[in-house]
Design a protein around this ligand. Sequence first.
Ligand SMILES: [Zn+2]
Length: 336
Amino acid sequence: MRSNSKRLQIFRRFSPNSFMKINTIGLLFFAFCFVFSVQAQNTTQRFIAVTIDDLPVVSTRRDLRNRQQITKKLLAHITKAKVPAVGFVNENKLFANDKRDEAQIDLLRLWLDANLELGNHTFSHRSLNNIELKDYQDDILRGEMITKELLKTKGKQMRYFRHPFLHTGLSMEVKDGLNGFLAEHIYTIAPVTIDNADWIFARAYDNAFDKNDSKLMKQIGAAYVPYLESKMDYWERQSVKLFNREVKQILLLHANYINSDYFDDIAKMLVKRGYKFITLEEALKDEAYKLPDTFNRKAGISWLHRWGLAKGRENILPDEPKTPDFVMKAAGVDSE
Ligand SMILES: [Zn+2]
């Protein structure tokens, strides 16, 4: 039994002042739950495979020391962020005066030593829009010789093919011809959903470096990751527009100087948006990639736009972020 004085104590505890306090605590708790649930929504689990084109390196910094530096920095970031990236090789960069250039091939060995996979991006990076299918197929076969040999030393096989410029053929006849050829040679096409203009930022960054303009380099770098984040937002919305969900995304970046400096920040931005890094193999299990690619025009565009166009132009979101003017100017590029 409680004594009277105890009852009085209990009553005192619930004086109007206390009720106010309890209400305030309740409100704070409610607000906390609300903020937490909004945050949880913002960090919905998302999935992304990272692919890196134009290996070993694409940059105006052509001397070997710089190429080694770019490769090592990029790989250090990729390893640190535990990204199971696939690198797509242009083997014409592995030759000097028609002879194998072992120093360039060593750059690819660094990718394999980092336990990453390599794919075929043709020997000489020509557009399927400009050459005969037969010549293009020869360029694919010529572009696999050294990479296959390197993969073999790690007990791996060449599995993926990426079209240079994402140009996939100007007629269904050419597309079907190439698809048949790729299937025959056990290649899976590596599509891209997160298309972006990292190559323009890279050119601007290289140009600024060549002019010794470190201030401009910093400005370009400062604009780069926010630009990529705005692209992520765009492609996430484009995916929801088409599928009512976010597909497992495939990001295209290049083995360039700006990514060797900023990949760490890109990876952090992706993690902040709730992305988990997955292999290309895992991404391709998403049902979306079973849809056919029937796009047969000149542009090299995202598969999200290809699928959208197949459903009708009104399925393309209009507000795709643009590369800032000062970056276009520094790159000397007129259009994306
Ligand atoms: Zn390329």
